[in-house]
Ligand binder design. Structure first.
Ligand code: GLN
Length: 281
């Protein structure tokens, strides 16, 4: 790596400090000799976003984050960052909601999405009674990546968490129209016709990287039923190209393995993006 990589954490509301702490820890693990190759930065303005190679959108309250982002003139720059330039971005919990192209159970008039992941999320999926819980997750991608240990289990912290309830298929503008018809559902503003370059940049498929097992079975045991759609299930981690989202909060654990894995993904993506820019110069 020749030039430092700057990773921003959106610091408008929520658990941004905790992400910065784990990023610093993860950097010393993956680059023990040159941790200075990484620069970590709190992002509150378009100018700060501009110098970032990658970004984390933390957990917190998606409505509040989106309102403050709108007031700070950050919504459109964030959409360009994620959807057009396709710079590596990771959203945790509220961050995942903001990165979804569509979200259910939103407050009326209270929420604008950034988009970038062709999924619909269901906010507060686990309801009020079980607002918070911890569950051991099996995340095979952690095992695949050598530098961060060999186990695939990870402590999942869920706090009024969303899940990915549907992977959206992109068919011209139908997705937007179909999604908009749903009650209390918001969609990210369409860039399909407005900005074909963004759509092209988003052409990667959505990959499911983690599921929360057993919920459907447990509910069925209690005689309760849950509504499922074909693609439904408790999907709690997804990736579409450079955009990654988790329902849970790795930053609220002491465990830097997902941060270390993600920084490795960032390193790969940034060198590819820099190479592409170099070639067009
Ligand atoms: N339920 C919250 C929201 O809708 C997300 C909770 C969280 O980030 N822990 O924004």
């Amino acid at each position: 790596m020749s030039t430092a990589i700057t990773v921003g954490v959106l610091a408008l509301q929520g658990a941004f400090y905790e992400h910065l702490k784990l990023l610093n820890l993860a950097a010393t693990q993956i680059s023990p000799n040159v941790p200075s190759n990484w620069r970590f930065l709190e992002v509150r303005t378009p100018g700060e976003l501009d110098i970032c190679d990658a970004l984390i959108i933390p957990g917190g309250e998606s409505t509040a984050i989106s309102l403050v982002a709108a007031r700070s003139g950050l919504l459109e720059p964030l959409r360009d960052f994620v959807k057009l330039y396709r710079k590596p971005t990771w959203g945790t919990c509220a961050g995942l909601i903001l990165l979804a192209e569509s979200a259910n159970r939103t407050k009326q008039g209270g929420q604008e999405l950034i988009g970038g992941l062709d999924v619909r999320v269901n906010r507060n999926h686990f309801g009020r009674q079980t607002e918070s819980f911890q569950a051991s997750l099996d995340l095979p991608f952690l095992r695949e990546s050598g530098a961060v240990g060999s186990s695939s289990s990870f402590p999942g912290v869920f706090i009024r968490a969303p899940v990915v309830e549907k992977i959206l298929l992109f068919v011209e503008e139908d997705v937007q129209v179909e999604e908009q018809k749903r009650e209390a559902t918001v969609v990210a503003p369409s860039r399909h016709t407005k900005d074909p370059a963004a759509r092209k940049a988003m052409s990667d498929h959505v990959e499911v990287l983690g599921k929360l097992p057993g919920r459907a079975a447990r509910l069925a045991d209690k005689g309760l039923s849950i509504e499922t759609e074909e693609e439904a299930g408790d999907i709690v981690a997804v990736r579409q190209g450079n955009v990654f989202g988790t329902s849970f909060h790795p930053e609220l654990t002491e465990n830097p393995r997902i941060h270390a894995w993600w920084l490795q993904q960032v390193e790969d993506a940034v060198s590819k993006l820099r190479e592409a820019v170099h070639q067009t110069e």
